[in-house]
Design a protein around this ligand. Sequence first.
Ligand SMILES: [Zn+2]
Length: 649
Amino acid sequence: MLSSEGYPRDVAPPSSPTLGEALRYLVTHPYELLIKQWNWKAALLSSLLRGGLYFSVNLKMGWEAAVAAMLTEWSYRAVTAGALASSTQSLRRVTPTWQGVTAVVVLIPLVSHTLEYFVHWMRGTAALNASIAASITFTVVSYAFQFFIMRENILITGPGSSSLARDFARLSRTVFGIIAAPFRVLLCALFISACLLPLVHAEPQAAPSVAPPNVLFITIDTLRADHLSSYGYHLKTSPNIDRLASEGVRYENAYTVTSRTGPSHYSMFTSRYPQEHGAKLNGYSVASNSKFLFLPQILRRFGYETGAFISAWPLTGRLTQLNRWFDTYDEELSRTYQYINSSRWAEDVTPKAISWLKERDKDDPFFLWVHYFDPHSPYDFREEFEATEPSGHPDRWAASGGRERTELIRTYDSEVRYTDHHLRSLFAALDDLEIAESTLVVLTADHGECLGEYGFRGHGSQTYENILHVPLIMRWPGTLPAGKVVTQPVSLIDMAPTIVDLTIRRSNPEEKIPSTFAGRSLAANLLEDRELLAQPIHFAAYAGQKWIAPKWISWMWLWRGELDFPLHLGRIFQGRKITWTEDEYKLRVVDLKGDPLELKPEVLDDDSTVYQKETARLARWYESTALTEGESRITETDKDALRSLGYLQ
Ligand SMILES: [Zn+2]
């Protein structure tokens, strides 16, 4: 049954609603109906509540966006009230043009709100999406009902209307009346701008919010940078790594912080020096109560699935405890050397890593670490992969050291070329799975190798350039520049903060991401080409046996009761490399620009002022970073395995 005003009696508004009645109307009546009924208290309350809802929904995008959204909602409501008041009060005299203007005025917020919702939907989290979905449903129903009312020309100006309502209607009519046709366009434009305000305000926070990429983290054991053709080697040893470099960013001067497998990987994952995390030698892990966070640990906390495929004994989970931070830790070492299964080859580990990629069924991004061991001794000569083709670069070392050394290098290069060959199928798997564009590939080495230069073979106890200087390449098509070469020296402890910045921090700009990194992030230089400032690169090599404590750290010797002081300590800064060797009381100073092969070092005694100044500087650095002792996990079996790989004498 309809009242004389055209509304069912049971929903007709009371002339002066109480707050309770107003709230009841809010539940059962859309805003536009409340306006038409001149139920101003309820309409005002409805507006306040809706503004509050918009504020809370948008708070996720920052408080500026929330305030802007609330103001937009209120301004929209005020204009709608004016439009409806104007049209309903004079509906009998309303021309089709005015009806059209009213419809447009009502339509603009609908379009802008839908757009706003859409943008938030794209950028929002799951919880926000649910709230926005509910809001969109409400809005669509609300607008559908509003258009139904307008079409039906339901006119409420009954006896319940207050003088305030009549005044507002008169004012609205006057305002709308004085806007001549040319100004209607301007009004519309201004209104659109007001409605789009939340989008503009939300931009600074929302812009970086992108899906976090997968990370394929490749470490190639014992791979010295200068034996890759992309790093200037005279033979073509690395066509696939070279291609990766041409598609991404290559760090011309990347340095490891230490020269042993386990400690170096620890430093990469924790962004800390060995004396900080405590694992200075193979067979040691960080203390179980360590406060340092690991890269895979942080990524996993933010939704990454983590997988590791390692290829040598020093990285087994039992020794390193790194398996704690990986959902999958594959350490099936299938190659036997001196009766012990202590390593595996590229052809063993690559298919397993690819299978993991293909079989995972999660939508979460992944962090996949693949470790290759082939360029590490004992070397196998891979005849099929002998590098003979010249790369166009000169041979920096030229042939020296006789036939034995030539054979050694030839064998080492064949292992490099062999590893590179298997990397091709790993990279191809990314293409096959169509995830190359969404995967950040990071390729590096834990340390290099001395191949008879300076009369030395191996890596563990020395800090020559061919041991410390490692390749570092990052590729992320479409996001990182292709073919960029960074010449500023960087340290491997810079990698973890860079990866965190490129992945979860970029995707969760508002989120606090805990980390305990000492390195610096290279992300701003990669993404925005911001200048990378020169910073000293520090390094330390540990001997793993008793050494005489130097004068300037003798107090630490006594206090700590430990024997694993660094055998070498040093820093590279502004083209100058300074290495202090503890049992010699000598300081080696090399000008890397003039003498890149370190053939003419300046050796300073402790009576030199440069010696005193530089060792004091190194001492300050070491003392401020020597924090923790690792925990030995070596058993007799481990000793045998490590010995078989040449780790122990
Ligand atoms: Zn290694």
